[in-house]
Write a protein that binds this ligand. Structure first.
Ligand SMILES: Cc1ncc(COP(=O)(O)O)c(C=O)c1O
Length: 396
């Protein structure tokens, strides 16, 4: 006997990709541009912190994190978003074992039970698949918002009618967006927060790509909250060391938000959520306190995005992503995303993700993202250059 509430969820994009490519022998040494797993070096200065705290693996870690870690996170956010003393490390900050577990299980705390129709959970389409699982687990109705090129690859807030906003409980909003690399502007972030406060829903801002950017630092929800007077009501911001610091395997992130939500969430976490091991908390504290390694990391991505611009400009509707490290390439002229993924694997050994694997089909079975592939620029410059050259040679 199994719960049926997850039956409508498609499998994760990566097993789908394995199935799509099964039985195809690649003609070249494989290069995986599929998963968004950073391959730049782990910051070596963290090794000593893990070592120094090694003996603390015998302790159950505090669910709310050490005061040092909470302070480091609050300090980082205050420096990054100029929030002064808006963020109280004790009331607004909750460390997470990576942002994913938080994005999922905060839905269980924030979405109310209702006797009537299920509350709506809004999310962009395509989207980070964990949002859909959070909504399903809490018995809510996911509402997928289109993100076409015409709306800057972000949801068009003005296209959401008041009736939908009135029954909304949560709104997952991702900027910089995975997979399109679009960055929301400050006005849109402020509008979204104002609507949340007006209609009484919570916005979960997924900002885990906020530190990988091409030009200016992307504005975040904390900038918008500051501009709106400094309150964190109705918002929770998620971030992580996974992309910022190449520490996807450390499993360390945080959320910052509305004190009432954080308090209810912490109660839940104390009973049922994973805690971050103390050595990991010590390393994470150092990582949030250091910007030099982040600047270095960001520059490595910049070089690769410029390289992609050089090699791909004029093809596949290429544009340089403002944030994050994905290319979102239109393969309409190459049979669409799935066909291009198969061709690139067979003829060039390149693994890329078809766009519709990252998005939910519409009711009529169509999928606006089926023309695209997502390409993760996670390898070093040399391998990335080799991969992009193989791509153009194969598809030209
Ligand atoms: C948009 C988005 N949000 C959240 C996450 C989760 O990251 P983590 O749990 O490593 O912090 C990812 C990871 O790929 C992501 O792409």
């Amino acid at each position: 006997m199994f719960a049926s509430r997850f039956d409508s969820l498609p499998p994760s994009p990566f097993p789908r990709l394995r199935t799509l490519l099964e039985g195809i022998e690649p003609a070249a040494t494989p290069i995986d541009l599929g998963i968004g797993e950073p391959k730049h070096a782990v910051p070596q200065f963290l090794r000593a912190a893990l070592d120094d705290h090694f003996d603390e693996y015998n302790r159950y870690p505090p669910a709310q994190g050490t005061p040092e870690l909470r302070q480091a996170i609050a300090g980082w956010a205050a420096r990054r978003y100029g929030t002064g003393d808006m963020i109280d490390a004790d009331r607004h900050v909750v460390p997470l074992c990576g942002s994913r577990e938080g994005l999922f299980n905060i839905a269980l705390v924030c979405i109310p039970e209702t006797a009537g129709p299920p509350p709506a959970v809004l999310m962009p389409n395509p989207f980070y698949q964990c949002y859909g699982v959070g909504a399903a687990a809490a018995g809510a109705e996911p509402v997928f918002l289109p993100t076409p090129r015409g709306s800057g690859f972000l949801p068009d807030l003005d296209a959401i009618d008041d009736a939908t906003l009135a029954r909304t409980s949560l709104f997952y909003f991702c900027s910089p967006a995975n997979p399109q690399g679009a960055v929301a502007n400050l006005d849109d972030l402020m509008t979204l927060i104002e609507r949340a406060r007006h209609f009484g829903f919570t916005v979960l801002f997924d900002e885990c790509y906020s530190e990988i950017y091409l030009n200016d630092p992307p504005p975040g929800a904390l900038d918008a909250a500051r501009e709106l007077g400094g309150s964190l009501e109705n918002i929770v911001i998620f971030n992580s060391l996974s992309k910022r610091s190449n520490l996807a395997g450390l499993r360390s992130g945080f959320c910052i938000g509305d004190a009432a939500i954080m308090s209810a969430y912490l109660k839940f976490r104390n009973l049922a959520a994973p805690q971050m091991p103390l050595p990991v908390q010590a390393a994470a504290t150092l990582a949030w306190n250091d910007e030099a390694h982040v600047e270095e990391n960001r520059n490595l991505y910049r070089v690769k995005i410029r390289l992609a611009e050089e090699l791909l400009a004029g093809r596949y509707e290429f544009y340089a992503p403002e944030g994050g490290f994905f290319l979102w390439l239109d393969m309409s002229d190459h049979g669409g995303g799935q066909e291009a993924a198969r061709t690139l694997w067979r003829e060039a050994g390149l693994r890329v993700v078809p766009g519709d694997f990252l998005a939910r089909d519409a009711a009529d079975g169509g999928n606006d993202n089926a023309a695209f592939v997502r390409v993760a620029l996670v390898h070093d410059e040399e391998i990335t250059g080799e991969a992009l050259q193989r791509m153009t040679k194969t598809l030209d």
